[in-house]
Write a new protein. Structure first.
Length: 157
Protein backbone atom coordinates (compact mmCIF):
# COMPACT_ATOMS: atom_id res chain seq x y z
CA UNK A 1 0.00 0.00 0.00
CA UNK A 2 1.34 3.41 -0.96
CA UNK A 3 1.62 6.14 1.60
CA UNK A 4 1.43 9.80 0.68
CA UNK A 5 4.12 12.03 2.20
CA UNK A 6 2.86 15.60 2.53
CA UNK A 7 4.81 18.78 1.94
CA UNK A 8 4.09 21.73 4.24
CA UNK A 9 2.43 23.58 1.38
CA UNK A 10 -0.32 20.94 1.33
CA UNK A 11 -1.43 22.21 4.73
CA UNK A 12 -0.58 25.88 4.30
CA UNK A 13 -2.28 26.41 0.95
CA UNK A 14 -5.31 24.35 1.95
CA UNK A 15 -5.77 26.44 5.09
CA UNK A 16 -5.01 29.86 3.62
CA UNK A 17 -6.62 29.60 0.19
CA UNK A 18 -8.99 26.69 -0.30
CA UNK A 19 -10.21 25.08 2.92
CA UNK A 20 -9.97 27.38 5.96
CA UNK A 21 -10.11 25.33 9.14
CA UNK A 22 -13.07 27.29 10.49
CA UNK A 23 -15.07 26.87 7.25
CA UNK A 24 -14.19 23.50 5.67
CA UNK A 25 -14.46 21.08 8.58
CA UNK A 26 -15.16 18.14 6.26
CA UNK A 27 -11.79 18.54 4.51
CA UNK A 28 -9.88 18.69 7.78
CA UNK A 29 -11.84 15.74 9.22
CA UNK A 30 -10.78 13.71 6.17
CA UNK A 31 -7.14 14.76 6.66
CA UNK A 32 -7.35 13.60 10.28
CA UNK A 33 -8.97 10.30 9.25
CA UNK A 34 -6.30 9.58 6.59
CA UNK A 35 -3.55 10.47 9.07
CA UNK A 36 -5.06 8.19 11.72
CA UNK A 37 -5.15 5.38 9.13
CA UNK A 38 -1.50 5.98 8.21
CA UNK A 39 -2.39 6.70 4.57
CA UNK A 40 -0.82 10.14 4.79
CA UNK A 41 2.29 11.08 6.75
CA UNK A 42 4.94 13.75 6.70
CA UNK A 43 8.44 14.37 8.01
CA UNK A 44 9.99 16.22 10.93
CA UNK A 45 11.23 19.05 8.68
CA UNK A 46 7.64 19.77 7.60
CA UNK A 47 6.58 19.76 11.25
CA UNK A 48 9.20 22.41 11.95
CA UNK A 49 7.83 24.55 9.09
CA UNK A 50 4.25 24.18 10.32
CA UNK A 51 4.96 24.67 14.01
CA UNK A 52 6.68 28.05 13.78
CA UNK A 53 3.71 30.35 13.21
CA UNK A 54 1.63 29.96 16.39
CA UNK A 55 -1.54 30.12 14.27
CA UNK A 56 -4.77 28.18 13.75
CA UNK A 57 -3.08 25.72 11.40
CA UNK A 58 -0.40 24.88 13.94
CA UNK A 59 -3.05 24.43 16.64
CA UNK A 60 -5.06 22.15 14.37
CA UNK A 61 -2.00 20.02 13.57
CA UNK A 62 -1.00 19.75 17.22
CA UNK A 63 -4.52 18.72 18.23
CA UNK A 64 -5.43 16.42 15.34
CA UNK A 65 -2.42 14.68 13.85
CA UNK A 66 -1.22 11.44 15.47
CA UNK A 67 2.03 11.58 17.42
CA UNK A 68 3.72 9.33 14.85
CA UNK A 69 2.57 11.41 11.85
CA UNK A 70 5.90 13.26 11.42
CA UNK A 71 8.66 10.80 10.59
CA UNK A 72 12.31 11.19 11.59
CA UNK A 73 14.57 12.08 8.66
CA UNK A 74 17.84 11.34 10.45
CA UNK A 75 17.50 7.80 9.09
CA UNK A 76 17.51 8.90 5.42
CA UNK A 77 20.93 10.55 5.25
CA UNK A 78 22.19 8.09 2.60
CA UNK A 79 19.24 9.00 0.36
CA UNK A 80 19.75 12.69 1.17
CA UNK A 81 23.31 12.27 -0.11
CA UNK A 82 21.86 11.00 -3.40
CA UNK A 83 19.52 13.98 -3.61
CA UNK A 84 22.44 16.30 -2.87
CA UNK A 85 24.58 14.66 -5.55
CA UNK A 86 21.79 15.08 -8.10
CA UNK A 87 21.25 18.73 -7.16
CA UNK A 88 24.96 19.53 -7.31
CA UNK A 89 25.20 17.83 -10.71
CA UNK A 90 22.74 20.50 -11.88
CA UNK A 91 24.93 23.42 -10.74
CA UNK A 92 25.32 24.46 -14.37
CA UNK A 93 21.56 24.92 -14.57
CA UNK A 94 20.41 26.14 -11.15
CA UNK A 95 21.64 29.36 -9.60
CA UNK A 96 23.75 28.91 -6.46
CA UNK A 97 21.11 30.37 -4.14
CA UNK A 98 18.48 27.98 -5.57
CA UNK A 99 20.69 25.01 -4.76
CA UNK A 100 21.51 26.40 -1.32
CA UNK A 101 17.83 26.85 -0.53
CA UNK A 102 16.89 23.36 -1.78
CA UNK A 103 19.72 21.69 0.14
CA UNK A 104 19.38 23.72 3.34
CA UNK A 105 19.36 21.16 6.16
CA UNK A 106 16.59 23.12 7.90
CA UNK A 107 14.27 23.01 4.87
CA UNK A 108 11.98 20.12 4.04
CA UNK A 109 12.17 19.88 0.23
CA UNK A 110 15.27 17.74 -0.32
CA UNK A 111 14.44 15.64 2.76
CA UNK A 112 10.94 14.92 1.41
CA UNK A 113 12.50 13.58 -1.77
CA UNK A 114 15.10 11.62 0.22
CA UNK A 115 12.48 10.14 2.56
CA UNK A 116 10.46 8.87 -0.39
CA UNK A 117 13.58 7.71 -2.22
CA UNK A 118 14.29 5.24 0.60
CA UNK A 119 11.08 3.37 -0.29
CA UNK A 120 10.18 4.70 -3.73
CA UNK A 121 7.84 1.79 -4.47
CA UNK A 122 5.56 2.72 -1.57
CA UNK A 123 6.00 6.46 -0.90
CA UNK A 124 4.60 9.33 -2.96
CA UNK A 125 5.46 12.99 -2.40
CA UNK A 126 2.43 15.29 -2.26
CA UNK A 127 3.23 18.93 -2.96
CA UNK A 128 1.50 21.95 -4.39
CA UNK A 129 4.64 22.73 -6.41
CA UNK A 130 4.44 22.39 -10.17
CA UNK A 131 7.29 21.09 -12.30
CA UNK A 132 9.33 23.83 -13.95
CA UNK A 133 12.38 22.09 -15.43
CA UNK A 134 13.67 25.21 -17.15
CA UNK A 135 13.49 27.40 -14.04
CA UNK A 136 16.91 28.30 -12.67
CA UNK A 137 16.16 30.24 -9.49
CA UNK A 138 14.22 27.47 -7.67
CA UNK A 139 14.62 23.71 -7.51
CA UNK A 140 11.10 22.31 -7.63
CA UNK A 141 10.26 19.12 -5.75
CA UNK A 142 8.56 17.46 -8.76
CA UNK A 143 11.68 18.00 -10.87
CA UNK A 144 13.91 16.41 -8.25
CA UNK A 145 11.44 13.53 -7.93
CA UNK A 146 11.40 12.95 -11.66
CA UNK A 147 15.19 12.89 -11.84
CA UNK A 148 15.45 10.44 -8.93
CA UNK A 149 12.54 8.17 -9.92
CA UNK A 150 10.37 9.16 -6.98
CA UNK A 151 6.65 9.44 -7.61
CA UNK A 152 5.07 12.78 -6.84
CA UNK A 153 1.73 14.42 -7.18
CA UNK A 154 1.06 16.47 -9.10
CA UNK A 155 2.94 14.49 -11.71
CA UNK A 156 6.20 15.87 -13.05
CA UNK A 157 6.33 16.89 -16.68
Amino acid sequence: MSVYVLDSNFFIQAHRFHYPIDVAAGFWNKVRQLADQGKIISIDKVKKELYDKNDALEAWCRNNLPKEFFKDTSEVIAAYTQVTAWAMSKSGHYLPYALNEFLDANEADAFLVAYCLTDSDNRIVVTQEISEPTRQNKVKIPDACLALNVESTPKSR
